[in-house]
Each structure stands twice: as C-alpha cells, then as structure tokens.
Design a protein around this ligand. Structure first.
Ligand SMILES: NC(=O)c1ccc[n+]([C@@H]2O[C@H](COP(=O)([O-])OP(=O)(O)OC[C@H]3O[C@@H](n4cnc5c(N)ncnc54)[C@H](O)[C@@H]3O)[C@@H](O)[C@H]2O)c1
Length: 339
C-alpha cells in the first residue's frame, strides 16, 4: 500500500542529506518511520534499547546508506556522538506501547517517557533540532467526552495500572509544551490512536495482532469483556504519513492522529475471522481494570492544519496485516476472498 504524502522529500542521500534521529527506531512504528525517511532521502540514526523492538525490524535497512542503529536506553544521558550536532529532526517513539509490556516494569516505563523526553529536549535546545513527541490517546484515559478532541483534558487515574504509561506520556507532553512556552525548543506533539500493521509482534498483547495470530492458528479469539468496547484502528502507513506531515507543519499540536472509523472489539474479532477464513471460536474473558470503554479521535485539527486523514480502510489494512502474519508464522491458512 502506498499513500500519497505532501511531505517534501529531499533527494540527496549523501552526507549533506538531512539527518533524523528516531528513538524507538527498531519498534513497530519506528521501523516503518526509519524506512519512510530513508525512502525520502534522509539519513537516519535509530536509538533503541531493544526492549520491545527487534533488530530484525531494521535488518533490511542496515545496508542502506545513511542508516545506523545504536543500542541506547533514552532514560540514560545521550551518547557522546558528534553526529547528534547535525540532527535536524528528532522523532521520539521510544516507549513500550502494549499494556502487557509497559506494565512489566512501570518504573522504567514512566522514566522512559519523562527522562527520555528531558534528554531529547535538551538536545533540541542545544542544536535547534525540531522534536516530535509521539503521545497517545491514552492521555485521555477512560474518556467522558466522545469523540476525543484535543481540548479534552482527559480522565486518568494517576495510580491506576495504566498510569505508568498514561501519566508518563502526559508529563512528556507537559515538558514539551514547557520548552515551547519558554522558547527553548521547537516541538510537535502527536496523539496517536491504535495503529496496526506489519511488524506488530505476535503475542505482544495488542488486539489486532492477538486476533490475527489466534485466527491463523485456529485458536479461540480472546475478547475481553462482552466486546462492546470500541477502538479506532489506523493503518501504519497512514500513521507515519500523519507524523511526517505534523513534523513539517507549523502546528505544534497536540494533534490527534488516528482513524475515526470506530469499531467494537467484537466486530473486529468477527472481521478477522471472516477475512482469515478461520474456524476459531470467540471466548470472553473479564475486562481488565482501567480498560477504556470508547475510543474515537476527532481529527478535525489534523484535517485542517495538516491536510491529513486516513486513506486505508480497516479491511484493506487487515488484509496487509494478515498477509504479513501468514508469512511470519509460516502458516498456510487460505485467505477467504472478501465478499
Ligand atoms: N502503536 C500504537 O498504536 C501507538 C498508539 C499510541 C502511541 N504510540 C506511541 O508510539 C511509539 C511507538 O509505539 P510502537 O507501537 O512502535 O511500540 P513498540 O513497543 O513496537 O516500539 C517502541 C520502541 O521503543 C523502544 N524502547 C522502549 N523503551 C526504550 C528506552 N528506554 N530507550 C530506548 N528505546 C526504548 C523499544 O525497544 C521499541 O523498539 C511509542 O512511544 C508509543 O507510546 C503507539
């Protein structure tokens, strides 16, 4: 799938090409972003501690001129790397995104958001690089306003099981905005809603990869609660396109980047079963504490300021994702043609 972008590509891949730093560059979204930036003619340094990301996500980029992966934990001071002085764009994606992963070490998760952005903002202040923070719809918590608009301040429990992620991301937004208010850094804040696509990890606990892998293996699809809770799923190419447009816009945000096509989790399970041709049943399990009931972005601001809206339908994106997992898992389950 290729999605048009008005992000203006430099064509120079030599040492003069613009240099971007992508933290979390070996993760799901980060690896796609590195790839897109290289395609657009940028040089890219990826920092990643490989806690939820994998080298295999960027192995195919290793031979490309201008790409470098550095194993680094952003809770630690940045490495003494002279190349950092040349960085013009910093994309901060480092942070585990799946609840089952970010709850494993809540202290590290909180510090990744708070200390990580602190280190990167200081770099941006020192070098004049523009910094984009990937925030999240989770900052709205279990929202009492629907759909979620950027002006809604959220409904988050600061000591709930998701707080390490939600509050860490909220504090990172606060620090970015504080640097902006004081004229110390040029920042952009993107609030991402569920994104999915190839390179999600099987078994990392996200609903799309869970369902697709379970359906392809013929295992029961685990639906938490009665499946009536809603999510809005944005295909990865649309998400990356939104991030690039925001970075190059004059809008500091926060801006919601997500797909307003709201679906119940039960509907997603049915769609995955239909598209994989799987005979898997659905089993219901108790809803985890703090699980948001409804999620849908209001993307009016992104439409107006970035000229961005998602282009890939759920069925198209699921088709790509199912194809990816079939190859990854080496499973030979025929795809049923969509009616
Ligand atoms: N995918 C989504 O649906 C979604 C939604 C909202 C926000 N986001 C945000 O987008 C970013 C990327 O998410 P993703 O889905 O690609 O998740 P991911 O877990 O696949 O990627 C995160 C990457 O960050 C790395 N990382 C974690 N802690 C680090 C640290 N301390 N130092 C250096 N690297 C570290 C991991 O190894 C991984 O490669 C995250 O910040 C996440 O909060 C994602």
């Amino acid at each position: 799938l290729s999605v048009a972008t008005n992000f203006d590509p430099p064509t120079d891949t030599s040492m003069n090409a613009p240099l971007a730093l992508v933290t979390g560059g070996a993760g799901f979204l980060g690896s796609h972003l590195c790839e897109r930036l290289l395609d657009l003619g940028h040089r890219v340094i990826a920092y990643d501690d490989l806690s939820t990301g994998h080298r295999s996500h960027v192995d195919h980029l290793a031979h490309r001129p201008g790409f470098r992966l550095v194993v680094h934990d952003i809770t630690q001071p940045l490495p003494d790397d002279p190349a950092l002085a040349e960085v013009g764009r910093v994309f901060n994606l480092a942070c585990p995104a799946s609840p089952s992963k970010y709850q494993l070490d809540p202290v590290q998760t909180t510090l990744t958001s708070v200390l990580g952005i602190w280190h990167l903002l200081q770099l941006a202040e020192r070098t004049g690089a523009r910094l984009l923070q990937t925030s999240t719809s989770e900052i709205y918590g279990n929202p009492q306003v629907h759909p979620q608009v950027e002006s809604y301040p959220g409904h988050v429990d600061p000591v709930g099981p998701r707080a390490c992620y939600d509050e860490g991301k909220r504090c990172a937004e606060t620090l970015c905005d504080a640097f902006r208010r004081q004229g110390r850094a040029d920042v952009r804040i993107a609030r991402l809603f569920n994104s999915y696509g190839p390179r999600l990890r099987p078994g990392d606990g996200r609903v799309v990869s869970n369902f697709v892998v379970q359906a392809l293996r013929g295992e029961p699809l685990t639906v938490y609660g009665d499946g009536s809770q809603t999510r809005s799923f944005c295909y990865v190419s649309d998400t990356i396109d939104g991030l690039l447009r925001l970075m190059e816009s004059d809008c500091s945000g926060p801006v919601n980047i997500g797909n307003p096509d709201e679906r119940t989790v039960g509907d997603l399970a049915d769609t995955v079963i239909r598209m994989t041709g799987s005979g898997s049943p659905i089993v219901n399990r108790p809803l985890p504490a703090d699980d948001p009931v409804r999620r849908r972005p209001d993307i009016g601001l992104a439409r107006e300021r970035l000229g961005w809206q998602p282009e890939v339908s759920l069925e198209q994106g699921l088709g790509e994702t199912i194809g990816y997992f079939r190859r990854e898992l080496g499973l030979d389950v025929p795809l049923r043609k969509l009616a």
